[in-house]
Design a protein around this ligand. Structure first.
Ligand code: CDP
Length: 225
């Protein structure tokens, strides 16, 4: 069985912060696969192309983009894209929407899933995304599907991005998240869905710390069982 903790779930369910803390507690490496889809989306926006209207140029962009995760001291490895660290640039609304869009393209998934599989080794890996337990590592030893109510997720996303909880902004964010959920769960290739053998963790009424503790407990139970 694969030495992988797979954490999947919808947008802004708290996957990233939970996965970071789980990896830290287990002394494992945390890989956020969403950043890879965001990087392809970001490159597409920079190139000013629409992958649907101009698939040839898009294929060139996809073939040429170089990505790798680099560990800089403590903490999560950071994604390097064509020799640069795009960091926050990957988190803009434009990059998020573009990420969801390019994530529906089979060639994009084939390339990124291959890179993701190469990261598995002897050390424990905590990988988060949409299809880690279903497609990337169906043999992962530990699988979780992390979710939360749409309202709670909209709040978390605003707080994560440093905004106040203004009702209008909350509604706009909830709508953007709902649209991304729709695109992610209805796409033909690797749609967002819970793996049959994944444990569902609904964090609507849990703090981040409680969610992390629950996941660590479930991992320990399985290790000992
Ligand atoms: O942080 P958030 O949950 O909002 O999104 P993310 O994990 O950074 O992922 C951005 C987008 O990439 C998602 O909307 C998905 O469409 C896509 N994605 C995917 O298709 N498969 C993955 N394993 C990870 C992300």
């Amino acid at each position: 069985m694969m030495n992988v903790v797979a954490i999947d779930g919808p947008a802004a369910s708290g996957k990233s912060s939970v996965a970071t803390a789980v990896a830290e507690a287990l002394n494992a490496v945390h890989i956020n696969t969403g950043s890879m889809y965001r990087a392809v989306g970001y490159k597409t926006v920079l190139a000013g192309i629409d992958p649907e209207k101009d698939p040839e140029t898009f294929a060139k962009v996809l073939a040429s983009v170089q990505m790798r995760f680099v560990r800089q001291g403590q903490g999560d490895p950071e994604l390097e894209v064509d020799g640069e660290f795009p960091g926050e640039k990957l988190r803009t609304e434009a990059a998020s929407a573009a990420a969801s869009k390019v994530a529906t393209i089979p060639a994009v998934r084939t390339r990124l899933v291959e890179l993701q599989r190469e990261m598995a080794g002897n050390d424990l890996l905590v990988m988060e995304g949409r299809d880690i337990g279903t497609v990337v590592f169906p043999d992962a030893k530990y699988k979780f599907f992390l979710t939360a109510s749409p309202e709670e997720r909209a709040k978390r996303r605003l707080l994560q991005d440093g905004f106040e909880l203004d009702p209008e902004l909350l509604q706009k964010t909830a709508a953007a998240i709902a649209e991304r959920d729709r695109v992610d769960s209805t796409r033909a290739v690797s749609p967002l869905k819970q793996a049959d053998d994944a444990t569902l963790v609904d964090s609507s009424d849990l703090s981040k710390e409680e969610t992390v503790q629950r996941i660590l407990m479930l991992i320990r139970e399985k290790q000992n069982g």
